[in-house]
Design a protein around this ligand. Structure first.
Ligand code: SF4
Length: 212
C-alpha cells in the first residue's frame, strides 16, 4: 500500500526528458522542508492505493513515460516495488528524489534525477553524498540554484565528485529568486558542462497551479 497525493498526465518540465508527455505519480510525505518548496500540499495529503491500482490508473493515460515524484518518494519503501513493476510493464521510469535518502535499492532500469540541495534550500546538511558514487550514465544530478553561493557550491561539488564524467548535470533557478539570465551568464562565463533548464511547466501554466 502506498499513500498517493496525485496521478496526472502533463509535460515533463525539468530534465533531459523535458517537453515529453509524462504521467506523474506524486507520492505523499517528504522528510525535507526546502525554503522554496512548491509541493507542500504533498507533505500529508493523499489516499491509500495498492500498486496494481496505481499501475491500472497509469495505463489509462496511454503514455510510455512515467515519473515517480513527491514529496520524497523514497520515504515510502514500497515505492521501490512500484518502480520495479512499472519497469516490468515496459514503462520508461523516472524517479525524482531529493538526495537525502539512499538510492542503492532503486531498480537499475529507473532513470534517477537526484536533486542535490544547495545552501539556499536550507537542507544542505541532509545531502547524502554516498549517493553520488552510485550514479549510472542514465541518471541526472539536478541543482536548483538561488544565489551565487549556491552556484559556486554546486561547481565545487561537480569537481570534487567528477560528476561530469558520471552522468548529466542539470542547473535551474529557484523560481522568482534568481533570474535565468544571471545563471546562464555564469555558466557561459565558466564554460561549465551542465544543462541549463527552466521549469517549463511554470511558464506554460500558472506557477502555483497543482497537477501540472
Ligand atoms: S524535497 Fe522537494 S517536496 Fe521535499 S521539501 Fe524539498 S522541494 Fe519540497
Amino acid at each position: 500500500m502506498l499513500k498517493i497525493n496525485e496521478i496526472y498526465l502533463s509535460i515533463q518540465g525539468e530534465s533531459s526528458w523535458a517537453g515529453l508527455p509524462c504521467v506523474f505519480i506524486r507520492l505523499t510525505y517528504c522528510n525535507l522542508r526546502c525554503t522554496y518548496c512548491d509541493t507542500e500540499y504533498a507533505f500529508y495529503e493523499g489516499y491509500d492505493s495498492q500498486i496494481d491500482e496505481i499501475i491500472e490508473t497509469v495505463k489509462k493515460y496511454r503514455c510510455p513515460l512515467v515519473e515517480v515524484t513527491g514529496g520524497e518518494p523514497l520515504v515510502q519503501k514500497e515505492s521501490l516495488k512500484l518502480m520495479e513493476q512499472l519497469c516490468d510493464e515496459g514503462f520508461e521510469v523516472l524517479l525524482e528524489t531529493g538526495g537525502s535518502l539512499p538510492i542503492d535499492e532503486v531498480d537499475e532500469r529507473v532513470n534517477i534525477i537526484l536533486d542535490m540541495k544547495c545552501p539556499t534550500s536550507g537542507m544542505i546538511k541532509k545531502n547524502l553524498y554516498q549517493n553520488l558514487d552510485l550514479l549510472k550514465k542514465t541518471d541526472e544530478v539536478k541543482f536548483v540554484i538561488g544565489s551565487r553561493e549556491d552556484y559556486d557550491w554546486a561547481k565545487n561539488l561537480i569537481n570534487e565528485f567528477n560528476l561530469t564524467q558520471k552522468c548529466s548535470i542539470l542547473f535551474s533557478v529557484v523560481f522568482g529568486k534568481l533570474k535565468p539570465i544571471e545563471l546562464t551568464e555564469w555558466i557561459i562565463s565558466d564554460n561549465l558542462r551542465v544543462r541549463f533548464q527552466l521549469q517549463m511547466h511554470k511558464y506554460i501554466w500558472d506557477p502555483a497551479k497543482k497537477g501540472v
